[in-house]
Design a protein around this ligand. Sequence first.
Ligand SMILES: Nc1nc2c(ncn2[C@@H]2O[C@H](COP(=O)(O)OP(=O)(O)OP(=O)(O)O)[C@@H](O)[C@H]2O)c(=O)[nH]1
Ligand SMILES: [Mg+2]
Length: 187
Amino acid sequence: MIEHTIIFTGPLRSGKTSAIASVSDIPVVSTQEVTSDLVLDLGFGITQDKSATLVMDYGCMNLGGEERIHLFATPGDERFDFMWDALTEGAIGVVILLDNSRRSPLKEMDFFLNAFGTLVEKRRAVLGINRMEEHPIPTLRTYQERAGLLEVQVPIFELDPRQPKDVRTALRALLYSQDPGLVQSPV
Ligand SMILES: Nc1nc2c(ncn2[C@@H]2O[C@H](COP(=O)(O)OP(=O)(O)OP(=O)(O)O)[C@@H](O)[C@H]2O)c(=O)[nH]1
Ligand SMILES: [Mg+2]
């Protein structure tokens, strides 16, 4: 069996758990935490009590034959960021999800490109921007210009994590950078 690992990361509520749930062949193994003291900042001063990933989420995709991808989602909360390096070591790539409704998604982009710098340098990262349907600004071009300034080469997509086809597009881009032959597989 050939095993690959792909990480989904990004700020709080950027759709990491949803993305894994969209494409996983198994029910997502989730560590969701629902706490009354967890008040999420949804931007524009709107806050909401909700559940969030506490430690990690796990899903899995069979590519057919003897190949499968393990999918891990980090928590948005940085309390567990010490685990990121260990996860990165075994991963073929990272999907960085950014929430376009946040106040400073470009700053968050900088933060995550830096935190997952080892994969980004090897061009094993893609950026997925969500909530663009309601928040079209910053545009993809702005993100691309920012990436250009930082001298990083990453594919940048509009990505609704609830849509399997959007998540699959991001995964395909990552697999392609790993091995163009893999794109034949039914991701
Ligand atoms: N309208 C809209 N809702 C979205 C989008 N992406 C995610 N959501 C919603 O945002 C909420 C949070 O999504 P999650 O998948 O839990 O986000 P997460 O990144 O795992 O969150 P944490 O684990 O708390 O960091 C869910 O209710 C999603 O359905 C999007 O592109 N558009
Ligand atoms: Mg989550």
